[in-house]
Ligand binder design. Sequence first.
Ligand code: FEO
Ligand code: CA
Ligand code: CA
Length: 656
Amino acid sequence: MSDRQKTRARPNPRRAFAQTYGEVLAAGIERRSVLKGLLAIAGSSVAMPFIGGEAKAAEVSTLRFNELKRVRDREDHWPEGYGRQILVRWGDALFADSPAFDVAKLDGKAAERQFGYNNDFTYYMPLTFGSDSSDHGLMIVSHEYATPFLMFPGLTDEDYREKLTDDQIRAIMASVGLSIFEVRKAGDKWEVVLDGKLNRRIHMGTEMAISGPAAGDDRLKTKADPAGKTVFGTISNCNGGITPWGTMLSGEEGSMDVFAGDFKTLANQELVERQGWDEEDNDIYGVGRIEPRFRFEEEPNEWMRFDWVVEIDPLDPTARPVKRTALGRFTHEGAQCAVAADGRVVVFMGDDDDFEYLYRFVSRDPWNPNDRAANRDLLDNGTLSVAKFSSDGTMQWLPLVAGEGALTAEAGFKRQADVVLNTRGAADLLGATPMDAPEGFVVHPKTGKLYVAMTENEDRLAAGEGEEREQVNPANPRGPNPHGHLLELVPPGGAEKPDFAAESFRWDVFVLCGNPAEAGEGAMFHPATSENGWFTDPDNLSVDLDGRLWVATDGPPPAGIADALFVMDTEGEGRALPKLFYVAPVGSECCSPTFTPDGKTVFVSIQHPGELRFDDDEDATSIADAGTNWPDFKDGLPARPALIVLSRNDKETLGS
Ligand code: FEO
Ligand code: CA
Ligand code: CA
């Protein structure tokens, strides 16, 4: 979900910063390594001026491209010497028999054969699987949500629910979910392989299984599925991850707003409340009109069958996707996989909402690299944990196990199903650390360190204000935090043998986002960060062939820039020194940069272009006032979310 949408759901008066940079220091993070470099130069000043900017950066950073200027534009921008291709847009063909995109005639049947809307998770999987092919692969892409009044001409945010036709509603249901399709490089251009045998669309009507501790639970049973083990569709497919055996994990992030009716009629109001329901954001697609199961009064359990992690086998187009309930139910952003030293599989996950938590799942059994089928149900058994950060620079993963510690039967946690169906409630009881809307999570393949993005949290309070869980804490040190930050988590065992399953990690603040020239923002980047290189609202994170961290942003834009891609070193003299690499068209979020194994091509999803108006950055209310109609720029054609490809004209490695 775009940060803009979330912000709209929870209006909060903007306040001046309650904490200065000095107070942040006093709060006990002076040992942080980024900060050390900063202190040496900035002395006692609370501001961080642009010291040296690009000239200094050129000396210490390993990056060798000319940084872009901050820009806010209807078009997108990329560095000199690089090329950008639009690979596929919403409505483009994914199969040889796909109908041509015609927004006036779009229906469910057509949309099921086309690239979906609002692409988020994006992954290039070399074909054959396990090879290092950099010119033929499988693109695995999620489509998080739809905005009907920016898709179909003649609708506005006020009247679209009444005006949507049944065909348009069916088109919406088929335009979310996932697209899986082969891509190939032909000469200098990438193309979709329309007759690819693995090409597949998954959407709100695709049958899938429910497995793990909550499968068959009474709370997951419906009229259509009295066994509580089969569900049609996946919704709000945000980011995700890839398992070592090549399946995709898709995070369902906040499906509740698709449901219609009165949520106050639901039995479990405690859960409803804990999930943070917002009445105004109910029934966003009108689907309750044609599918009664999406109306609370008709089917009170259907909503519990979403907001899970879905495992999808992209290498078998006939395989049923499976909702893995052992990984908990919350607003899943992504699912970053790693392998522990003993072969157990570890999945790191963020719950993308203000004051929510970081989670980890460790499989009970090791994975089998020699028998892909043996891993089929590996994610049904294991231990889910939640993160608690301490001011001494350590963090603990607290197990969320029914019957252990505070998770007693008396407290409502008799069986593990009770835990996974109320994951947030269980984590509350253990005293987990409430984070500033955690999103991207990436494991650095060279150092074994993890990076986590906290997008922002304007509702974070200063010490001593309001409820304790909403106050600043060591890992979320600014209240309010409208700009977000990145944490670095360090498992024991070092770069050679990181123990991702260990109970305790160390942690550090990697960057505090914001404009370093504005003292009140309390930003912390490398002191040589230029006036173009700082960023806010970090969302998806990726690591490239050379070990550099790529940050894709998603947020209400600060003056003068649209959402963008930034790149930086994580080690050495250029650590935490970002450079601006790509700027998206106004109103878009950049998502999920993914690389070919040779490091020469990056694919990036451009989600919700034009969602903001150009003149004032307010939410667009129709196609007519959308901030852009990128990438086609044709009258009568709305802006179209798209997957782009960036590479160097001289065919060398990106960034070097
Ligand atoms: Fe889908 Fe958390 O952004
Ligand atoms: Ca986001
Ligand atoms: Ca996101």
